[in-house]
Design a protein around this ligand. Structure first.
Ligand SMILES: C[S@@+](CC[C@H](N)C(=O)[O-])C[C@H]1O[C@@H](n2cnc3c(N)ncnc32)[C@H](O)[C@@H]1O
Length: 442
């Protein structure tokens, strides 16, 4: 058989081999984003798609593996099987994808590339042949019953969501196991949302405003009917548009920056929200970031969007300390805090594998340290927007209540609070506080 090329000209067997190795690294505790960034550009799109699907379908693929192999296979074989089985499950759910015999052939070929033993090759062949009959059975035969939540979530994670969202937890987790849609943020310095929508349509790219957000002033999100490579987006390289989830686009809109205001973006990398603030107004921004390796991404983003100006200062520093601060108070503070990222797992399906229950308590402490310090840097009358992409109340509503109780000059203003994930948006938490000019007398 000749090499079957993927749409990105990497043979499927090779892409499966790399994807299985990437899954192995994630299972050893590395971040998927970090591992994918190490791949060559021509490998990344297909390997990303294969690994995302493997992680999203983890529970279902492992039910099948357990059913078909009495003794658990070694991790390398298990990970290759998960990549291949996810392709079957994909094919079965959306009617697209590779033919069953192609998946089997290419997975067996991947065993060679992966330097597997004859035993592993035989096992992969036998298991996948059986899976092809189980997942996509011949007409008239009963198919494998679908697990309502195909993705892996640790028991403590499921239990927390079940307790906090008894009505909606299941729907949320099912939505998070879907492929996330591609959502754009139009740079309003260059185009209005409807102008850019027309540009897309002229290129044959179908997009629509997001119904729930369309009426929010300044909101410029467009939902693409089908994802496209960013190189196909008109003006992407000259900064007309960015890729950003709709929920994340609320941050700059809620903070509503005004020309001349001095704004602290306290946890800024990779700079998506810094850029959005600057797209909305000529404000003066301090973009603070603790992680040196992420700092460079902020400047890169601003350069592409043609927003880099002398009014943005990118500083490496710890937002829970004042050592980096020049003592000048801020009009507004965006605190997009480090968090569990439990609301964005459809875009980061490795997160449920990497988080530990104890992380939530540690993150809560970090968030409190940053909130307390940031508040001291805010002008009386100024606004602080607290944001996380978490679903756990410990990082959301519990924090907002704790903060309001502990800061006697904090007035809680109207903001969305907990936004739950759906098939079109990620989960976020937003709380907005104003610093009162005088402490209350009672
Ligand atoms: C949720 S991400 C920010 C995303 C960013 N606002 C955007 O929209 O592109 C949180 C960031 O906070 C950084 N961070 C964590 N602890 C910090 C601290 N103590 N001070 C400043 N930044 C911190 C992390 O390295 C991470 O880049």
């Amino acid at each position: 058989m000749s090499d079957l090329k993927t749409p990105h000209s990497l043979p499927l067997a090779e892409a499966m081999t790399i994807a299985a190795q990437v899954v192995t690294e994630v299972m050893q505790g590395r971040s998927l984003t970090e591992v994918l960034e190490e791949l060559d550009a021509h490998e990344r799109p297909i390997v990303q798609s294969l690994t995302f699907d493997a992680l999203r379908k983890w529970v279902r693929s492992h039910e099948l593996i357990a059913l078909l192999i009495p003794k658990a296979p070694p991790p390398e074989v298990d990970h290759l099987l998960s990549v291949a089985i996810a392709l079957f499950l994909q094919e079965n759910t959306d009617g697209k994808g590779y033919a069953a015999h192609t998946i089997v052939d290419q997975a067996v070929r991947a065993c060679d590339l992966y330097d597997q033993t004859m035993y592993a090759k035989g096992l992969v062949n036998a298991v996948l042949r059986k899976v092809s009959l189980t997942v996509a059975p011949p007409k008239g035969e009963k198919s494998y019953p679908p697990d309502p939540i195909p993705m892996f979530f640790p028991p403590w994670w499921r239990a927390s969501l079940k307790k906090n969202y008894p009505q909606s937890w299941r729907a949320m987790l099912i939505a998070q196991a879907q492929r996330a849609p591609m959502i754009l943020r139009v740079n309003q310095r260059q185009y209005t949302r409807s102008q850019y929508q027309e540009l897309l349509e002229a290129e044959g790219i179908s997009a629509s405003p997001i119904a729930a957000l369309a009426e929010i002033p300044l909101h410029s999100a467009l939902l693409l009917k089908n994802p496209v490579p960013v190189s196909a987006l008109p003006g992407f390289y000259s900064g007309s548009v960015s890729v950003q989830d709709a929920g994340a686009q609320l941050a700059a809109v809620l903070l509503n920056p005004q020309p001349g205001e001095r704004i602290l973006d306290a946890c800024a990398a990779p700079g998506g929200k810094t850029a959005h603030l600057l797209e909305l107004a000529d404000c003066e921004i301090i973009a603070l970031e603790l992680d040196q390796s992420r700092l460079g991404k902020i400047g890169g983003n601003l350069d592409r969007l043609q927003l880099h100006s002398d009014v943005v200062k990118i500083i490496r520093g710890d937002a829970s300390k004042a050592s980096w601060w020049d003592g000048k108070l801020f009009d507004k503070i965006l605190l997009d805090a480090p968090c569990s990222a439990s609301g964005i797992v459809s875009r980061h399906p490795d997160i449920p594998f990497l988080r530990r229950e104890a992380d939530i308590r540690n993150l809560q402490e970090k968030q409190r340290g940053i909130l307390t310090q940031a508040w001291k840097m805010l002008k009386p009358g100024g606004l602080l927007l607290y944001v996380t992409c978490s679903l756990f109340p410990e990082e959301g509503e519990v924090q907002a209540i704790w903060f309001a109780l502990n800061q006697s000059d904090a007035l809680r203003l109207n903001a969305p609070g907990q936004i739950l994930p759906t098939e079109t948006n990620d989960g976020f938490y937003y709380a907005l506080f104003q610093k009162m000019s005088h402490e209350p007398t009672h």
